[in-house]
Design a protein around this ligand. Structure first.
Ligand code: TXA
Ligand code: MG
Length: 327
């Protein structure tokens, strides 16, 4: 299926109308990637509940790291199913949604969104976009859609379908053309996981407008705002409690084993294989859930087999190195 969807990869944008939006929704539900317009910038969308589809987003963007993605929903009720709202979040959603404000809130344990979408964090950035095409697409697919800006890593965010085609053409199943994005800069990202609201990224909704609703907002340091670095600097950054040994081929007593490929070493008390077939997209899709499964208080550590340092393997190894260093 994934192979078929990739072979049919779009290079030319398709004008957004009822029919093409319906086709795009079916592609999303089938696990394919669809680029679509929002009021801020174009997003590279994937079914946020599908680990593999979310892994494909990172692959298509060619990011060397797993940054947490913004999850788009079609209303406050859908957001509430995934994250816990407090009074500040209620007031901001009431005032600015649909709109260019992404709220970082604690994930609900019973939420359906892939752990990879938030790069393993216990929080999740959610927003309700204010654009007729994005709204129709979310309604048609009936599930949350993870969507970073639809540009290759290191390029500027696209505000027209032609920008998307130039940056990601051939790597997405469909590019929906809804014209130029009216705001043209990304959404404001506000962290509400702690007692003080923290601005992680300035964007379409001004800090003054936010402060008028919830009072003083702290601005994160420039390091934290630089998108590629921010996940590594977050206090809630997920790291296993157990020590990790990376690039090993042996397992010690009482160690759990995280393996990759068809020939895992034997003898571990608990083993998870990121991808028995050696598929890095599948490995990325499984990474955070498997790390959590192996992180058991009754074990001594986690041994991790070598993972090829190419494609998504670079992001996987980056994440594992941070997890190993975090202790
Ligand atoms: O306007 C936008 O927000 C666009 C459109 C498509 O909606 N999306 C977008 O996504 O810009 P992206 O992935 O390019 O940027 C997401 C930003 C990053 O700076 C990321 O670090 C931050 O949001 N972010 C996402 N989830 C987070 C979390 N759980 N904790 C902290 N920061 C988070
Ligand atoms: Mg971006």
């Amino acid at each position: 299926m994934a192979e078929d969807l990739r072979r049919n990869a779009a290079t030319d944008p398709v004008i957004a109308n009822a029919e093409s939006i319906d086709a795009a929704a079916r592609l999303l539900v089938a696990g394919a990637l669809v680029a679509f317009p929002t009021e801020t910038v174009y997003g590279l969308g994937a079914d946020a509940t599908n680990d593999r589809a979310v892994a494909a987003v990172f692959e298509a963007k060619g990011r060397p790291r797993f940054n947490p993605l913004i999850v788009h929903v079609d209303g406050v009720a859908a957001a509430r199913a995934e994250v816990t709202f407090d009074r500040r979040a209620e007031m901001l959603a009431e005032r600015f949604w649909p709109g260019a404000l992404s709220l970082v809130l604690p994930r609900r344990p019973d939420g359906a969104v892939s752990l990879l979408a938030s790069a393993g964090l216990d929080s999740l950035a959610v927003r309700v976009p204010h654009h007729p095409v994005a709204e129709a697409l979310l309604a048609a697919c009936g599930r949350p859609v993870a969507a970073p800006s639809a540009n290759a890593s290191g390029r500027v965010s696209p505000t027209t379908a032609a920008h998307v085609a130039a940056s990601l053409g051939g790597r997405v199943a469909m590019i929906l053309d809804g014209g130029a994005c009216p705001i043209g800069i990304e959404s404001t990202v506000l962290d509400l996981t702690g007692p003080a609201p923290i601005l992680l990224r300035p964007g379409g909704v001004t800090i003054e407008a936010i402060e008028a609703v919830i009072g003083t907002v702290t601005t994160a340091g420039p390091e934290a705002i630089a998108a590629p670095k921010s996940p590594g600097l977050l206090a809630s950054h997920y790291a296993p409690n157990l020590p990790l040994r990376l690039n090993v081929l042996d397992v010690r007593p009482h160690e759990a084993l995280l393996t990759f490929g068809p020939r895992p070493p034997a003898g571990a008390v608990l083993t998870r294989n990121l991808s028995p077939t050696g598929d890095l997209v599948e490995a990325a899709a499984n990474l955070f859930a498997m790390l959590r499964e192996l992180d058991r208080a009754d074990l001594a550590g986690i041994a991790v087999m070598p993972i090829p340092d190419r494609g998504l393997g670079r992001a996987i190894n980056d994440r594992l190195r941070r997890a190993a260093a975090a202790r």
